[in-house]
Design a protein around this ligand. Structure first.
Ligand code: EPU
Length: 346
């Protein structure tokens, strides 16, 4: 059903108080096709729960939201399963659903905000794992023509927080209605990311003696719990303090630039990407630039994690952008490094 002048407060975790001229939620592909047929708005925006959006103005157009939330088992072997998941399912609910059934892989993504459809667009990631590692197929509907099509993982051109759906050509063109994930029946815990191994070993006192061939749902659930606690300790709850998780992407710089910076900042944390490129944490760059815990009017840099910008109460999109610009300018002048928002400005 089409609603007019709908508040988007519950569709953006930044808590920006804007409206959409028209709003519609669909529960099936048929319902979506019906909405597309009757739509008269020029602009269409498809949202998930809005955990990666920053509204700069009221949205003059149609905002769509998926309420397709079913999970179907489409393939099962002794080694793995493939599930087809509705785009409106909360991603963390999918993690809990699959782990309970002994289908492993998504545990490191626990508590990432957002819905399944957006996970395939944004290639969400945390603790050494990305959505693209599990996605096999994406089902789409063209928002103008209603044409239904699928895209393979390979064709989606996945990279760090990137897919072809974020390219100039395809941005806003499709609704993701379902995503297929391939998951393993054998748990291969990924503890490589900083802090995870020691946190896990701290909880499981005899972790070094664990027989990792005896892999259980309990182990995966324990890891999930640790990740949930780590996230809760570092990231603000959007219900308390509006935010969109990491506001910036971690910049990838050349080895030459990195080597030069390392001379000046020997303790700079870093992760190799390939032979010639290094990823540097934007949170560290921002903290070193003096912005951690500081604010510009109603927009702030979160005190426990400088990568997160927060709405201190009543901020609008322009306030957040002003802070983002100031932070980017200072990081650039101190380190010569450009940092770019991960959040999409609307
Ligand atoms: N750091 C600082 N100061 C800060 C924040 C971080 O010095 O204020 C340093 C940390 O000490 C650490 C390094 O920066 O050495 C990396 O920090 P952290 O492990 O917290 O991860 P991140 O790079 O800040 C990324 C993702 C997060 C994801 C975590 C864990 C991006 C943009 N962000 O953050 O994703 O949860 O790793 O895997 O890649 C999100 O996308 O919304 C998100 C939260």
């Amino acid at each position: 059903m089409m609603e007019q002048h709908k508040s988007l407060l519950s569709f953006n975790t930044f808590g920006i108080d804007v409206t959409a001229t028209c709003f519609a939620e669909y529960h099936s592909v048929d319902e979506l096709l019906e909405i597309i047929k009757t739509n008269t708005c020029d602009r269409i925006l498809h949202v998930g729960c809005g955990s990666n959006l920053l509204f700069l103005n009221n949205f003059d157009g149609l905002v769509l939201h998926s309420a397709i939330r079913n999970v179907e088992l489409v393939k099962e072997t002794s080694e793995e399963v493939v599930v087809r998941v509705g785009s409106g399912m909360v991603f963390d609910d999918l993690i809990s659903y699959t782990l309970k059934r002994g289908w492993f892989g998504l545990e490191n993504l626990s508590l990432i905000p957002g819905e399944v459809g957006a996970s395939a667009v944004q290639n969400i990631g945390a603790y050494g794992v990305e959505a693209k590692d599990f996605i096999t197929l994406i089902e789409l509907v063209d928002l103008r023509t209603g044409e239904q099509l699928t895209m393979s993982n390979r064709d989606a051109n996945y990279a760090y927080r990137y897919s072809i759906f974020k390219s100039k050509e395809l941005w806003g063109k499709y609704a993701v209605t379902h995503v297929h994930f391939r998951l393993k029946k054998r748990l291969e815990m990924n503890l490589e990311y900083g802090g995870l191994k020691s946190a896990y070993e701290g909880v499981v006192s005899n972790a070094s003696n664990l027989d990792f061939s005896d892999q259980t749902i309990e182990q995966a659930m324990r890891l999930r719990q640790i990740i949930i606690e780590m996230r809760n300790n570092k990231l603000p709850d959007p219900k308390v303090l509006g935010n969109a998780g990491s506001f910036f992407m971690n910049p990838i710089i050349t080895r030459k630039q990195f080597d030069d910076l390392l001379v000046q900042y020997p303790s700079m944390p870093h992760y190799p990407v390939d032979e010639d490129h290094i990823k540097v944490p934007a949170g560290w760059l921002i903290e070193q630039s003096g912005w951690k815990g500081k604010n510009l009017g109603r927009a702030g840099v979160y005190a426990k994690q400088a990568l997160v910008l927060v709405n201190l109460g009543g901020a609008n999109g322009t306030d957040i952008v002003a802070l983002s610009d100031a932070v980017r300018r200072d990081v650039k002048s101190k380190f010569g490094v450009d940092i770019h928002p991960e959040v999409n400005f609307i």
